[in-house]
Design a protein around this ligand. Structure first.
Ligand code: LLP
Length: 443
């Protein structure tokens, strides 16, 4: 069965009676005029559709907890929306903890990850009642135990482990291989467990956690990961009499950025994970643990598009034709960091013949600020609106103010209604943290 992460465009995308592209019943030209560009647009129906795919796909296993990985896109509105779908949250900073808290999320369904959590962040997590902390290293074990002791609390934890699995994705987004910066090496787990059982008595260990990478297309590596996790749980029971009843397999399911991307469906991934879990539960003779998954990109990417207005153009003699848009690497860093590829169309010319191969350049002062290299588009004119698809994940969440350009606004569309969920930064926002020391002030 197909699932929404396999779609190139939001599920409500269509060409309307004005001959323009619409999403969520909203004409993208109207949105560009009303909210200005660059504009992030998120389609609520697509988010709900992929959530429903995940829930259906994993319903065959009795104890499943879906934890949306907030790093893909974290706003108060998206947090409230995903909470309404029954999702918990994987968070990685005080900022993400605070955002989900302020959005009214049930904090017992929040898991705090990260390889260098600070004293302040761990204290905030404890004070706001974050449900689980995935401890990444020995230093954190000791720090967290101290904080828990001084607050008179027992903290529920998982151990993040490095399973030693390489997945075939961009090297910057692999995390499960042996020399990764994340988690305990398999050979360090026993020392960590001994410390928890004997010294760090304010920590209660519930299970193991791993995450092997992102934008993953091969399902078989989940089976490898799960075997390692279950085998470790069985071994720790045998060695320490420790009954761990939670296993967190991380996120990673890929999406379709261009036609050549063929990610598996949530159903394929769920079958692989559940079958492998059941098989290994039997093989290693453990009680079925609660399963946690942490998808980020696959939940939010397909729902998002970015609108840009076409500005200047440049024809390099005997070379490329560039069209520049009013955004670029500060609102979507992925092409410049990961050589990521995107698909786009001209909103007001969706049916016109693809006349030309052009390159879409950003407006930032770097030659590397190219959003899309060599894409076929209709004849483009200044003022046309370009829609880049699949920008919901790791675009706004990785946005910067490079060149002191204000961050873009975001709207949520559904049933012909658009609601602003992140307002556009103003010039005063840009200088709001600047301070001129008295000695430099001019009278
Ligand atoms: N769980 C953990 C522990 C993670 O580190 C991540 C992502 C996820 C879950 C969610 O993975 P997803 O389902 O989104 O693949 N900035 C990069 C992606 C970095 C992913 C980091 N960790 C990009 O733009 O491709």
């Amino acid at each position: 069965m197909e699932s929404t992460n396999q779609s190139l465009k939001p599920v409500t995308t269509r060409i309307n009676e004005n001959g323009n592209i619409e999403i969520g019943g909203c004409d993208l030209i109207d949105l560009a005029q009303k909210y200005d560009t660059p504009l992030y647009v998120l389609d609520e129906a697509t988010i709900r559709s992929i959530c429903s795919d995940y829930k259906k796909a994993f319903s065959k296993y009795p104890k499943v907890n879906m934890m949306y990985a907030s790093k893909a896109l974290c706003t108060m509105a998206t947090s409230a929306l995903l909470a309404s779908e029954g999702f918990g949250f994987d968070v990685v900073s005080a900022g993400e903890i605070y955002t989900v808290y302020k959005a009214g999320v049930d904090m017992s369904k929040v898991l705090f990850n990260g390889n260098n959590k600070s004293f302040e962040e761990l204290s905030l997590a404890l004070n706001l009642g974050v449900g689980r902390i995935s401890v990444d290293n020995f230093f954190e074990l000791s720090l967290l135990n101290e904080i828990a002791k001084s607050n008179n609390k027992i903290v529920d934890i998982l151990l993040r482990i490095t399973p030693g699995i390489e997945c075939h994705t961009h090297e910057y987004i692999q995390t499960g291989h042996l020399d990764s910066k994340f988690g305990f090496d398999l050979t360090q787990i026993d020392d960590a467990v001994e410390l928890i059982l004997n010294e760090y008595t304010n920590l209660k260990l519930h299970g193991l956690h791993a995450h092997i990478g992102s934008q993953i297309f091969e399902t078989s590596i989940y089976a490898d990961e799960i075997e390692i996790l279950v085998k470790e749980i069985a071994r720790l029971d045998e060695k320490f009499g420790l009954k761990l009843d939670e296993v967190n397999v991380g996120g990673g399911l890929g999406v379709k950025y261009t036609d050549s991307d063929l990610p598996p469906s949530t159903y394929e991934i769920a079958d692989k994970i559940i079958n492998s879990l059941n098989k290994n539960i039997e093989k290693y003779g453990i009680e079925p643990p609660a399963l946690f998954i942490e998808p980020g990109r696959s939940i939010i990417s397909t729902a998002g598009v970015t609108l840009y207005t076409i500005g200047t153009s440049k024809q390099v003699p005997k070379g490329k034709t560039y069209f520049a848009v009013d955004g670029g690497m500060a609102d979507n860093a992925r092409p410049s960091i990961y050589q990521a590829k995107y698909y786009a169309e001209i909103v007001n010319k969706p049916s016109q013949e693809l006349a030309k191969t052009v390159t879409i350049a950003g407006r930032f002062c770097e030659s590397g600020d190219i959003l899309i290299k060599d894409i076929k588009l209709p004849e483009i004119e200044e003022g046309d609106v370009l829609v880049v698809f699949n920008t919901g994940a790791y675009n706004y969440s990785m946005a910067s103010n490079y060149n002191r350009v204000q961050k873009s606004a975001m709207v949520l569309v559904n049933n012909s209604q658009s609601d602003i969920i992140v307002s556009r930064e103003t010039l005063d926002d840009i200088i709001s943290h600047d301070i001129i020391p008295d000695k430099l002030k001019r009278d």
